[in-house]
Design a binder for this molecule. Structure first.
Ligand SMILES: [Zn+2]
Length: 103
């Protein structure tokens, strides 16, 4: 049915926008020094993705910590270094995130 297909697309767009907005709020919260607030935004965004069966944007995955759910802001609560063509981000909780530099 074209009708339901269209509605799903709109729902998906709205959900994606909310996830992006929550990521922005999470980053601001970290910059304000309020990591607990950042974690709440990150968890909310993950729930939205789950409920709507959306894949989280790659940038969101890379900028959030799998272990403590905080939003990673280099210079505030994360350190970033390059190693063997990979970007390695280290969260304040000790968790490392590693991904190819050019991807
Ligand atoms: Zn962490």
């Amino acid at each position: 049915m074209p009708g339901s297909l269209r509605r799903d697309t709109v729902t998906e767009e709205v959900a994606s926008e909310r996830i992006e907005r929550l990521a922005e709020l999470a980053r601001e919260a970290v910059q304000d020094g309020d990591e607990e607030r950042a974690r709440r935004y990150v968890r909310r965004a993950r729930r939205i993705a789950e409920r709507n069966r959306l894949r989280l944007p790659r940038t969101f995955v890379r900028r959030t910590c799998d272990r403590c759910d905080v939003y990673l802001v280099p210079g505030a609560n994360a350190r970033v270094r390059l190693q063997d063509g990979h970007v390695v981000t280290t969260c304040d909780c000790g968790e490392h995130h590693r991904y190819p530099y050019d991807a």
